[in-house]
Design a protein around this ligand. Sequence first.
Ligand SMILES: Cc1cc2nc3c(=O)[nH]c(=O)nc-3n(C[C@H](O)[C@H](O)[C@H](O)COP(=O)(O)OP(=O)(O)OC[C@H]3O[C@@H](n4cnc5c(N)ncnc54)[C@H](O)[C@@H]3O)c2cc1C
Length: 464
Amino acid sequence: MNEETHDIVIVGCGMAGLAAALRATELGKSVCVLEKSPEKHRGGHTRFTESFRIPTAEIDLDVEFDVDDYSASDFYLDIMKVTNYRADEDRAERVANRSAETFEWLTGHGIDWEYQAPHSGYTAGRVWLHGEDFVDELVGILDDRDATIHYKTEAREIVRDDTGVVTGVEARVDGVLTRFTGEAVVLAAGDYGSSTEKRTRYYGPGYGNMKVRGSRYNTGEAVEATVDVGAKTDGEWGDAHMAIIDTGSPDVEGGITRIDGYQYGVIVNHDGERFVDEGEDSRAQTYAKFGRRIFEQPYHEAFIVVDSTVVDEVAHMGPSRPITGDSIRSLAQRLDIENVDATVETIEAFNAACDPGEFDPNRLDGNRTTGIDPRKSNWALPLDDPPYTGYPVTGGMTFGFGGVAISPDAEVLDTRDEPIPRLYAAGNSTGGLFYNNYPGGTGLTNAAVYGKIAAETAVRDIES
Ligand SMILES: Cc1cc2nc3c(=O)[nH]c(=O)nc-3n(C[C@H](O)[C@H](O)[C@H](O)COP(=O)(O)OP(=O)(O)OC[C@H]3O[C@@H](n4cnc5c(N)ncnc54)[C@H](O)[C@@H]3O)c2cc1C
């Protein structure tokens, strides 16, 4: 068998793996990154991202943010609130408290951010980026530091010796078995949601048909290999970030094809029924769970409907063209909604339940309905200003919430909650942070914060 040795072997070339590699080289270690995809597809889901959540109130840079008073404790509370307080508190606290420092560290390495949001309606601190360029920039920094990245290299086994210590990874390099040995291994191989079989296994029948927004390569084999050497699993394996996306999105690697702004209108299914409180919270706090609700409707499809008053608040990033109609009936017919009469009745009942004061798209404006179920808790304006616009939407697989268990220091835990010596994990390969829902912009921050922590803990253990 071919063999190669480095101080630290990192599996995965997304945000978590790249942050781990960068930090490890900074701490004087040689690293190699094993990446399953060919070079042109490198970057995993990170390649498709656009925002990085940070506590802007705690950043000491001379820039103007859209939201400048967002603190680490706001960030922590957002994670806890959207996960129904099930997120591991220590992990959530680390992500929130270390995000400013991690952002400044990346900025110090020359990462280029955008400071203004491309769309309206944000209520949390963020910076903006272009995922593919971001990955290129990080890989460029690693190339300058002589890190080795092996593409078309799929990790299939974690090597754990007779004394229990992890000593490397066995991978197929373009099919050829190679052993990568090292003093530590970092699992940063993303989630398993791009596997049709695993979506069916963990989410249920039909989920194999769900469109995959991100990388086709995140199919979970490296996570399974880690479980095979004794890692405990953690988190909500049966749930995932499933965003609201254009029904016309590609089946895989569609990227950013979301339709935002649904919170200012209504969402109906083919039966003409509403089924969520569209204005429950800001877009960033609801889009990841509403996608699943939409996928569970007939034909896995629903329709966002808005009128002229709010149409400019809709950010339409998908490939399909919006459909318009002079009345709700003609719009429903053009959208091919199966029950047009019920759609008209639902919108009439919704309009009668509204009694709005001043509309403010940039905060929870308190305009709520009365007497209908489900209610709409904010931005409840009657749809009475033609023409009306409709957007067919479905749920899009973003990433799974299950993974291996880690300590707050990124050590992989075994089923007795003891660290497996010299094995660390970060990003979406880990479970325990996201449950039920997800606060937008946090996946990347979690991966960066924990990739950096994983490298620091590995180096601490190597040198102790
Ligand atoms: C379309 C889309 C948009 C998103 N937008 C945002 C956003 O704007 N902000 C945000 O915070 N989050 C966003 N997310 C979520 C975000 O992408 C992830 O939370 C984050 O990128 C996770 O980073 P990671 O390093 O853990 O995984 P990834 O970036 O997915 O990287 C994992 C890597 O491991 C590789 N790999 C997998 N298995 C193996 C194996 N066996 N051997 C070797 N390599 C392997 C994969 O090919 C991949 O390159 C988005 C996700 C998608 C799909």
